[in-house]
Structures are given as C-alpha cells and as structure tokens.
Design a protein around this ligand. Structure first.
Ligand SMILES: N[C@@H](CCC(=O)NCCCC(=O)O)C(=O)O
Length: 256
C-alpha cells in the first residue's frame, strides 16, 4: 500500500479581482501552500465551503492551517463595529468561526498564522484590538508600506516565550526575533487559550489551546516566510507537520 500524504485544509480568501469575470474568486497565497508542500503535506481547498460543511469536510483532512490575509476579521464577531477602512471577507469569517472549535473538539491539528491566530481567538470568544497602533502603550505592528517583500517580512521585534512552552523548544531559547505584518491584535484571550508568546509591548502573539488533544497553536508572525532559512520557523512548522502525519496514520494507515 502506497503511503498517503497528510491532507491540510487551508481555508482560502475571497476577492473580487478585476479579471474577465466580474464575479468573486477564491484565492490563497502560494507562500502558504508552498510551505505545506515543502513539509511533505498536501494542501487542499474546499471552494464554496461554509460552516454547514465543516462536519462533513473536517474528517477528510489531517490538519487545518489558517493563513494570513490582508482582510480583517469582521468586528461584529467580537462585539465591535467594523472600521470603514476594513477589508473584509465575511465568507472566510463564517467558515473559520465554525472550523476552529470543530478542529479543537475533533483533535485535528490546527495552526493559525496572523489572521489565523486572530480567527482562533475570536472563534473561541476572544476579542481584537482593531488598530493596535492607536492603542496607548502598544507598538505599531504593521509592515512598512510600499516596501519589497524582503523588507516587509524582515524580523521586526522580539517575542518572549512562556517558560516551558513549545515555543521555547522550537526557538531554542526564551525569546526570538519575528516578522510583523498586522494591524489587528489580540485584546481579550478566547476561552481555553494560553498566552505563550508576548511582544515587548505586552501584545499576545503566540497562543496554545489548553488541553488540546492535538497540535493547536496560533502565532501572529509568519513562520512560512523563508522557513528553510530560519530554524525557529522550520521547527514550528515541522511540529505541525508531525502532528498531521500522526493524524493521517490514525485516519488512513501508512502515511508519508
Ligand atoms: N488583516 C489582519 C491580519 C494580517 C495578516 O494576516 N497579514 C498577513 C498579510 C500577508 C499575507 O497575506 O499573508 C491584520 O491586519 O491584523
């Protein structure tokens, strides 16, 4: 029997692109899919999938990676009002608000990156700062506009890890420099989330689902960026990949 590749669900974004078809498009940054492939996993999309499809689709996969996106989690999901400047993706929000608790309950490995961390937090009852940079005492965590990707994704600030956390293990120490490309940030932690990585201004940038049956972490930074050259990022992703492979073996038998 040939070994199966663990399947990882990447909930995509939705955009109205100015192409020949004026309708909407399902989009995913290749950077995330490439990182998943590089880990020996198979990224999958379920176009048009909504909250009602989660029960049927989640058992088909071995992990969920919630990617980053320029769009913001709609403030109505955490009891606030959207800003006129918000780029929104209500279809993605509706899906991930259902997918996060379902993945945690099912013991499906779950990794949230940037917007994905924010989705985990809001889906579990937490809230967000909508503009971190206007909050007293907090830094500006946005990337420099108009700069090339190499500059935008360059390391920007330190994060300090909770003693004994997996983050410390992956980083090989109690702190690390990370990139920062976000305007929103965690305000009130969601239920069951433990803060395990903090920015110098106290913003929570790394979380772990307490008592999770499988890998269940979220980070505000981007470990998929040049992960082959960054041991901390690579070890984080490899831990997620290992959890997905273990899930695949339980689900399918021999897995790659
Ligand atoms: N819009 C949210 C989340 C920010 C985020 O995910 N940034 C990544 C952008 C690059 C990419 O698409 O991966 C916020 O501003 O906090």
């Amino acid at each position: 029997m040939s070994a199966h590749k663990p399947l990882v669900w990447l909930p995509a974004c939705h955009r109205n692109l100015d192409l020949c078809d004026p309708g909407g498009y399902t989009v995913l940054a290749d950077r995330y899919a490439a990182a998943v492939c590089g880990l020996g996993l198979q990224p999958v999309l379920f176009p048009m999938a909504g909250a009602a499809d989660v029960a049927d689709l989640l058992p088909l996969v071995d992990g969920v990676l919630l990617t980053g996106s320029p769009s913001n989690v709609e403030a109505s999901h955490f009891g606030a009002s959207a800003l006129a400047s918000d780029l929104l993706d209500p279809r993605r929000d509706r899906l991930t608000m259902a997918l996060v608790p379902a993945a945690v309950a099912a013991g499906t490995p779950l990794f949230g990156v940037c917007r994905g961390l924010q989705e985990m937090n809001v889906a579990l009852g937490g809230s967000l700062y909508q503009q971190v940079h206007v909050e007293t005492g907090l830094l500006d965590h946005r990337e420099p506009e108009g700069e090339p990707e190499e500059v935008q994704f360059a390391v920007r600030h330190e994060v300090i890890f909770k003693s004994g956390s997996a983050f410390m293990e992956w980083a090989g120490g109690e702190r690390a420099m990370v990139n920062s490309l976000h305007g929103q940030g965690i305000k009130r932690l969601g239920q069951g989330l433990m803060a395990e990585a903090m920015a110098p201004d106290g913003l929570v940038e790394g979380v772990h689902v307490e008592g999770a049956r499988a890998f269940a972490y979220g980070v505000q930074w981007h470990p998929e960026w040049r992960h082959e050259q960054t041991p901390f990022y690579q070890r984080t992703l490899q831990a997620f990949a290992q959890a997905c492979a273990e899930h695949c073996r339980r689900r399918m038998g021999p897995c790659a």
